[in-house]
Design a protein around this ligand. Structure first.
Ligand SMILES: [Fe+2]
Length: 458
């Protein structure tokens, strides 16, 4: 990667961050204290702090521009519930600080060729800012702010609009390489490392995510009141939260619902995916429907596998050598071979387009589950990349031989009590997402754009 490419991304991501808060009042920039959001004023300062921490302080040994930077913006050191009481710089001073850090980063960047470390520690803050931009967007939904005015929203073609996409895809299972292949991406986070073989039984997985209409049938059938559909922690969450239906839904007459989208109340969109549901609600729906959530390995196989071979050559094996690989992959002329080829995205290796995936705020929200057939996986699953994050059954753990990256707080502190989500949503950046990408949240989170698809219980 060249300096100019990184400079373009650094400027672009910062302009997106600023777009997402430009219309908010000073009061909205602080907002109410909630466990699931940050004060937007703190969050925009934090992304600049993170950029300075890695691209300037860590990589180049430069001192921070503000002596109190870590006391204000270090997310690992500043307890979440204290972020509303900090003496944060004013909005004007925060914006000036962000600009100064960006200017300094750009000035220090290059010349080409960049070392691998220079590339890594500039790309890392870009991807981190991408993630916070998604968080700023769902924060606006959580707090009932107006829809963000971001970029140019180019709506995809209305292919299959007005329809759901019923039915299952059949996946034959077998030995599958779960995880990222060394060398395939410029920056792979620690939780994706590395490919390792898993045995998957044949399974059937829904071609599309569960829709609002399908989920409404569960609600209308009294699903939230029937203990038998819920796991023990799920029932405990439901009763504590007083949940009788998805958050943001409101009864609008018998059998009719509407939901809050930003600061507006709209009728349900029956063929759009149900969204803003906890893992517990997804799991309860599955029990009611006689279905189950996919495992992470099943999800990744349904999204990425196609007939062919994955051959890990000697160079890749060297990268893997620090990570002991269990399992039955066979050695052939010093290479590991899997009977499935892995696509980078559900449709193949070509980059995302508006015909293939709803990413980058393009759709202005979720699209109907039948849209974008050009993005189908080999097995016929639709929208596995983009539109809505999908809960998987598994808790979030490191893969075999997990080793922490320099950004140590990214994955490991969250092992065990978080659940995995896959595929990205309409606000996820194209440069971030791929079939092997793992997101993770606690199972009670419903502020994120999280939905799910189901598997048959065979
Ligand atoms: Fe962060």
């Amino acid at each position: 990667m060249q300096a100019e490419q990184l400079a373009t991304m650094l400027r672009e991501v910062r302009s997106r961050t600023l777009e997402l808060v430009a219309d908010l009042s000073d009061q909205q920039m602080i907002g109410p204290q909630l466990r699931i959001v940050n004060p937007p004023l703190w969050e925009i300062g934090h992304v600049a702090w993170f950029q300075e921490r890695w691209a300037l302080r860590h990589l180049r040994g430069l001192p921070p521009l503000r002596e109190d930077a870590d006391r204000l913006y270090d997310s690992a050191a500043v307890p979440h519930d204290t972020r509303w009481e900090l003496w944060l710089p004013s909005r004007q001073d925060t914006l000036a600080l962000m600009q100064a850090i960006l200017d300094r980063t750009l000035n220090e960047l290059g010349p080409d060729p960049l070392s691998p470390e220079e590339q890594y520690f500039h790309l890392l803050p870009i991807l981190h800012e991408d993630m916070h931009d998604e968080a700023l967007t769902y924060t606006r939904q959580t707090l009932g702010y107006a829809a963000p005015k971001v970029g140019t929203l180019t709506l995809p073609s209305p292919a299959a609009a007005g329809e759901g996409l019923p039915g299952d895809a059949e996946v034959p299972g077998g030995t599958f390489l779960l995880g990222a292949i060394p060398g395939a991406d410029e920056l792979v986070f620690d939780n994706e490392k590395w490919v390792h073989p898993v045995e998957i039984r044949p399974f059937r997985i829904a071609r599309a995510a569960v829709t609002q209409a399908e989920f409404a049938a569960f609600v209308d059938d009294g699903g939230y009141g029937e203990r038998r559909w819920w796991s023990k922690p799920g029932w405990s969450w439901r009763t504590d939260a007083g949940a009788e239906h998805p958050v943001y839904w409101q009864a609008d007459g018998p059998g009719r619902w509407r939901r809050r989208v930003w600061d507006q109340w709209l009728p349900l969109e029956p063929h759009q995916p149900v969204v803003h549901v906890t893992w517990y609600e997804a799991d309860a729906y599955c029990h009611w429907a006689g279905r189950r959530l996919p495992s992470e390995a099943e999800w990744e196989m349904a999204a990425s596998a196609e007939p062919g071979e994955t051959v890990l050559d000697a160079q890749m094996l060297t990268a893997l050598s620090e990570h002991p690989q269990p399992g039955p992959l066979h050695l052939r002329e010093r290479a590991l071979v899997s009977p499935w080829r892995k696509r980078r995205y559900s449709w193949g290796d070509e980059p995302p387009t508006s015909e293939r995936a709803n990413l980058d705020w393009r759709g202005g929200g979720c699209l109907e589950v039948g849209a974008l057939p050009a993005g189908d996986s080999y097995f016929g699953c639709r929208q596995m990349i983009g539109n809505v994050w999908e809960w998987c059954a598994d808790p979030f753990w490191g893969y075999p031989g997990f080793v922490r990256d320099p950004y140590q707080e990214y994955s490991e502190p969250w092992f065990g009590d978080h659940k995995v989500l896959r595929g990205g949503t309409w606000t996820t950046r194209s440069r971030l997402i791929r079939n092997t990408w793992r997101n993770f949240y606690t199972p009670d989170r419903r502020d994120v754009w999280c939905g799910f698809r189901t598997c048959a219980c065979d």
